[in-house]
Design a protein around this ligand. Sequence first.
Ligand code: COA
Length: 325
Amino acid sequence: MKARILGTGSCLPEHRLTNEDLAGLVDTSDAWIRERTGIEERRLSRRGTAWLASRAAEAALADAGLEAAQLDLILVGTMTPDEFCPSTACRVQEALGASQAVCLDVGAACSGFLYALATAQAYLAAGMARTALVVGAETLSRIVDWTDRSTCILFGDGAGAAVVQADETGILSVDLGCDGSRGSALTCPGVPLRNPAVSQGQEAGRDGEPSVLRMDGRAIFQFAVRTVPGTVRRALEKASLTEADISWFLFHQANRRILTAAARSLGIPMEKVPVNIGQTGNTAAASLPVLLDQLNRAGKLRRGDRLALAGFGAGLSWGSVVLEW
Ligand code: COA
């Protein structure tokens, strides 16, 4: 049994933050941001991650023509939950009224949607679920350091979702990987350890460090340019397919220059690589499902088309999924 995508949905917040707006906050310019990243604007949310996730999920269910009660699994990839507990997936379940679903969040940062999709595939293949909702949702604006020009220009908020069901075709192959030894290239500290075993004034963990993103941009850039082509090639090989068999290559939208470098390395034309980073910025786990939904709603996907989805991010983590639409 394979997980086949039956419907997609997305939700981007209304508020747009342009590069010009950012130039009023930090020492940067529209020209620098466009040239170095391809980003023109990003969306900022006034609502939480679970709210965005629920709107994207409703749209995906409607697109699939299914009811919330038919879901038996809800997976949410996110690195910016509203709460430690309950999980965002449980909040989505409540919002949808999907009372039959098992719910869990998947923490794999920008690779989160692909990890969640692969987890859904495993549940379906094992017969543990038949119909799953897979969401990638973020409010990254809550962990962005708005005084750091090297990171605050990159990120945006949003959510995307896909409804998958067990079928004869669907996900053809998966390639996932992590390298924890390089984890410090992209971090966001949690709350420090505070309990009676910790002596006063010596909170364990990263004492006093704010919960904001810190990134070695160049290291991540080089990692991405090398990793994306490698993981796509491995997933294609597992599916016994070549680049020529793929109609669309959907890459995590982190930087336009990463997309063009990956396409060049794989020898694929940019016409097969949809790009929406100009309007969204990097929305981490939401990036791929939002892009997929936009492609789907633009009527560009035909049943039988083969798609390759690839992502990378904090962990460091990466992954690819090759699927038949
Ligand atoms: N505006 C203007 N100048 C900026 C700037 C900004 N927003 N951000 C950095 N700069 C400056 C730097 O201070 C540096 O100045 P210096 O040469 O005087 O020291 C110069 O621009 C070059 O910095 P550098 O970091 O080499 O730029 P870059 O070309 O590598 O671009 C990133 C920086 C962050 C855009 C790029 O490295 C990147 O996209 N990395 C990947 C990040 C990513 O994808 N993260 C998420 C993973 S899921």
